[in-house]
Design a protein around this ligand. Structure first.
Ligand code: 2PG
Ligand code: MG
Length: 424
């Protein structure tokens, strides 16, 4: 039996310069690992709730209370506990918070302890990927790479939050990443040719933040960049979107502020259907808002046979919401973010529920992320098939890409060449 010997916690910084909870877990065999919690800007209201201090420090975003909760309330309960099965620690952690959303301890506190425990136990197995999948070839995920950013990640320069490329025809992970990088580079050159000199600056996730005249202009830019990269649209590389539509809701309608339009659910679905007719769009995330279940079902009935419809804010990595989505035919894919759940095991439960229904599963970073690379190991160890990390720029993004490149170079792997359940 291996037990947890010590838990330490402190306040660190994430990629946006906002405080985040850092935890170190040490096991009684000396294995030690750290974990830093990521944090979203376009967070859904049904997510596990991170705890922020308020007040003047860091404009209210400090996490000293959450850190103190790790030290005073979590550590005394987990030190001495059997960590051979980290899932048991996760099960214990969720009982320590009286609130289901973990907002009393802080989901940022709980998640950092959960992750650090998994990583400490993984030390003895070589890697977190190998802890999760001890035998056989590891499945490397198809990357979704941010090219143009808008919404909450780029000062709302355009309404769509993420315009991404999926290098869906690439034969291996390294080639996929190079193709995606090439598309991003061509998009930057094209934008500069169109007079956007700021196409050298990067948004929160490393994509281009450009004051384009509208959403279609962003789609056109990425479609042109795919061609300029020498790739065949649709066959080699396709477009994925994240509308982050929860952020667009104004007075019960979806506001495309950049275009001065307000649409109801049906009109927004029709608009995106037109985009999908005109551009090689393979995947659309958060086309509708977090509680618009009817709109989601309409979108799936209308578009689900040709576009992969991904729920992020709708499902918040919660198996119960995924279950409802399956029953309501409200999507056909799920985004998995561990901090929406609060524990590694909770996130895995949401992923397995979606997979059992034949849905695609995409493991995702947050817009506020860190230099740590455990997300890559989770995506691989869970055989998720796809990963969304932001762009090919900024070190908190490349940490994950580089870890996947390392796994491809050093482990027996297979590449999830085409998104698994994509209906084209
Ligand atoms: C999303 C993520 C990542 P955030 O909406 O999918 O792009 O953004 O972490 O801000 O929620
Ligand atoms: Mg999203």
């Amino acid at each position: 039996m291996t037990t947890i010997a010590a838990v330490a916690a402190w306040e660190a910084l994430d990629s946006r310069g906002k405080p985040t909870v850092a935890v170190a877990v040490t096991l009684d065999d000396g294995s030690r690992a750290t974990a830093l919690a990521p944090s979203g800007a376009s967070a859904g209201s049904h997510e596990a709730r991170e705890l922020r201090d308020g007040g003047h420090r860091y404009r209210g975003a400090g996490v000293r209370q959450a850190v103190n909760h790790v030290i005073d309330r979590i550590a005394p309960r987990v030190v001495g506990a059997d960590a051979d099965e980290p899932a048991d620690i996760d099960a214990l952690l969720v009982t320590l918070d009286p609130r289901a959303d973990l907002g009393d301890l802080g989901a940022n506190a709980v998640l950092a302890v959960s992750l650090a425990t998994w990583r400490a136990v993984a030390r003895r197995r070589g890697s977190l990927a190998r802890l999760l999948q001890p035998e056989g070839a590891l499945l490397l995920p198809m990357p979704m790479v941010n090219v143009v950013s808008g919404g909450a990640h780029a000062g709302r320069l355009i309404d769509i939050q993420d315009v991404l490329v999926i290098p869906n025809g690439a034969p291996d992970f390294a080639t996929a990443l190079e193709w995606a990088s090439r598309v991003r580079a061509e998009a930057a050159v094209l934008a500069q040719e169109h007079g956007y000199e700021t196409a050298v600056l990067v948004a929160d996730e490393g994509g281009l933040g450009l004051p384009l005249p509208g959403n279609r202009a962003a789609l056109q830019l990425v479609a042109d960049a795919i061609e300029r990269a020498g790739l065949e649209p649709g066959r080699d590389a396709s477009i994925a979107l994240d509308l982050a539509a929860t952020q667009l809701v104004r007075d019960g309608l979806y506001e495309l502020a950049g275009e001065g339009r307000r649409l109801d659910s049906a009109a927004l679905v029709a608009e995106v259907a037109e985009w999908a007719d005109a551009f090689p769009i393979l995947s659309v995330e958060d086309l509708l808002g977090e509680d618009d279940w009817e709109g989601w079902s309409l979108a799936t009935a209308t578009l689900g046979d040709r576009v992969r419809l991904v729920g992020d804010d709708l499902f918040v990595t919660d198996p119960r919401r995924v279950e409802r989505g399956i029953l309501d035919r409200a999507a056909n894919a799920v985004l998995i973010k561990v901090n929406q759940s609060g524990t590694v095991s909770g996130a895995f439960a949401a992923l397995t529920r979606a997979r059992a229904a034949g849905w695609d599963t995409i493991v995702s970073a947050r817009s506020g992320d860190t230099e740590q690379s455990w997300l890559a190991d989770l995506a691989v160890g869970w055989s998720a098939g796809q990963i969304k990390v932001g762009s090919t720029h900024r070190s908190e993004r490349t940490a994950k890409w580089n870890r996947l490149l390392e796994l491809e170079a050093t482990e027996k792997t297979v590449f999830a060449r085409s998104p698994m359940g994509v209906r084209r």
